[in-house]
Ligand binder design. Structure first.
Ligand SMILES: [Zn+2]
Length: 322
């Protein structure tokens, strides 16, 4: 994303200035220049300089899927993978989701999670800035998807029993502002279920971790502190238990934000140690590449010529119960 305009910013979690930021990487996963820092006050990792908001919006509206999946609409093998993840999430989140009600999914992509929720009986809606993916989701499954970035989407305040955001916040220049918007969308006892990559996870090497589209790197502690600052309390920490090694938090809308909330002090040394440890293992990516290619081939074979709806039935079962 170096081709986009960017500016030096204070820490998006705690506001600490540049003298508290320590550089952790100078390149992205493809070896292009990308400066990433860790805030030594709170442990948040982020791109600094940070792309300006307009540059990020433009990128997600048009270029993101094309650049990272080489497709403008989802391919069958991506759809089956997304439905399998959706099914796992639905099972893992069962104790935390309301029994019925309205659920809004942010960054709905090709609509697989929205369709899974609808199949399970929820009034499910989505917001997706990428035009190709959003249009596919609408025409294939017929659920309401607003084609826009969250800040521009017309969604009804105070009306959602739950909002889900899987792998969204790490893409945002100001994730706290997004939490404020979600807070306004939820009913008083509404929940936000959020999943982001864990910057300290062992399943990714440092070499692949710094991604020009992932402008913020969280841990459960830093995401939890950000959530408390923006009016949420932590209902459950499902990190490492919902979907791979990702950070996953169930957050409760709370009337009183805690503006000074900070992660525990041990977060900073833990993040720094994890990043240092990983850089020594970054050559262990060949087995991963082989496993990935194998999986892609199997997914292609399993979905040949199938529509999204057909794949949904295959994974979720005809009534969605399977
Ligand atoms: Zn900070």
């Amino acid at each position: 994303m170096s081709r986009f305009e960017s500016t030096l910013i204070d820490c998006p979690l705690c506001g600490a200035h540049a003298d508290r930021h320590e550089v952790v990487s100078q390149t992205d996963r493809r070896g292009r220049p990308l400066r990433s820092v860790v805030c030594t006050a709170c442990g948040l990792v982020f791109s600094n300089p940070m792309p300006v908001a307009a540059a990020l919006d433009d990128f997600y509206t048009r270029d993101y899927r094309r650049e990272y999946q080489k497709a403008i609409t989802p391919k069958p093998r991506h759809i089956i993978r997304a439905f399998r993840v959706a099914k796992r999430r639905l099972e893992g989140l069962q104790p935390y989701l309301p029994k019925t009600g309205r659920i809004l999914d942010l960054g709905a992509g090709g609509g697989e999670w929205v369709h899974s929720l609808a199949t399970a009986g929820y009034a499910a809606e989505g917001v997706e800035p990428n035009v190709g993916f959003a249009r596919y989701a609408i025409s294939e499954y017929g659920h309401p998807i607003a084609v826009a970035p969250l800040e521009a989407a017309t969604v009804e305040p105070g009306s959602y029993d739950a909002v889900t955001a899987f792998h969204v916040l790490e893409h945002l220049r100001d994730p706290g502002a997004a939490l404020d918007r979600v807070h306004a969308l939820l009913t008083p006892k509404g929940k936000l279920i959020v999943e982001v990559p864990d910057i300290t996870a062992r399943d990714q090497s440092t070499a692949t971790k710094f991604h020009p589209a992932h402008v913020v790197g969280f841990t459960a502690e830093t995401l939890g502190a950000l959530a408390r600052r923006h009016g949420f309390t932590i209902d459950a920490d499902l990190t490492g238990r919902l979907n791979g090694e990702n950070v996953a938090l169930v957050l409760l809308r709370n009337a009183t934000p805690v503006p000074g909330a900070m992660p525990p002090a041990k977060t900073v040394p833990r993040v720094k140690a994890a990043l240092a440890r990983q850089s020594r293992f970054h050559r262990r990516t060949l087995p991963n590449a082989v496993a990935k290619a194998w999986r892609a081939g199997a997914e292609r074979l399993a979905t040949r010529g199938m529509s999204g709806r057909r794949i949904a039935e295959k994974v979720l079962g005809p009534a969605g119960g399977g």
